[in-house]
Design a protein around this ligand. Structure first.
Ligand code: FES
Ligand code: FES
Length: 216
């Protein structure tokens, strides 16, 4: 039986005098296919090397913890993977999707919430570290059907376009006013600089914060 490769599968000719031709794209793909096939075959034929769901023991599961915290005035107790961020706890476990996931890396401020009255990026905050904490999200600002004054000011000033950054801007603005960093538009701009607006509504956002702070 001939072992000669069909022309289409044969490697292209190499330069004269080369004792060890460099692998080509074609030989690389052929080798990968053989090796990959062997791995797949091994997992099927070997049987015991297959990782079935039933073989994932409790010890192999990621560690989880119970955490009790107050969110918008309501006590919540949840068991979460220890790696869960506050943002994912709010959005995925508690159904509070007002806080937005923009960058998930602390760079945009779309996820800003208040923890014990302080502004934090929920995407960078581990949920399991918040035992007994008081969390306020955008959903918790309105009271008795009345918008928070800063929410109303955002509407009055037309301080948003797409609205994606708006929950974070408003919660951050509430924190900024509470901290007293509202002495001038420049000061507001500085202390709100962690909240990015891709639509560029900064002038009106600053005006809304300034007006709300002035009404205090
Ligand atoms: S999503 Fe948290 S800072 Fe961007
Ligand atoms: S209103 Fe669109 S990102 Fe701010």
């Amino acid at each position: 039986m001939s072992t000669e490769l069909p022309e289409s599968a044969a490697p292209p000719p190499t330069g004269a005098g080369e004792s060890s031709p460099a692998p080509t794209r074609r030989t690389f793909i052929a080798t990968s296919t053989v090796v990959g096939g062997a791995v797949v075959a091994g997992s099927v034929v070997g049987g015991t090397s297959l990782i079935g769901a039933e073989e994932v023991t409790a010890a192999e599961r990621p560690p989880s913890s119970r955490v009790s915290l107050t969110v918008n005035g309501t006590r919540r107790t949840v068991t979460v993977d220890n790696r869960t961020s506050l943002l994912d706890l709010l959005r995925e476990h508690l159904g509070l999707t007002g806080s937005k996931k923009g960058c998930n890396a602390g760079a945009c401020g779309a996820c800003t919430v208040l923890v014990d009255g302080h502004r934090v990026n929920a995407c960078l905050t581990l949920a399991v570290r918040l035992e007994s904490a008081e969390v306020t999200t955008i959903e918790g600002l309105a009271k008795g059907g009345e918008l928070h004054p800063l929410q109303q000011a955002f509407i009055d000033e037309d301080a948003f376009q797409c609205g994606y950054c708006t929950p974070g801007q408003i919660v951050s603005g509430v924190g900024c006013i509470k901290e007293g960093h509202t002495g001038s538009p420049e000061e507001i701009r500085e202390w709100m600089s962690g909240n990015i607006c891709r639509c560029g509504c900064y002038v009106k956002i600053v005006r809304a914060v300034e007006q709300t702070a002035g009404r205090k």
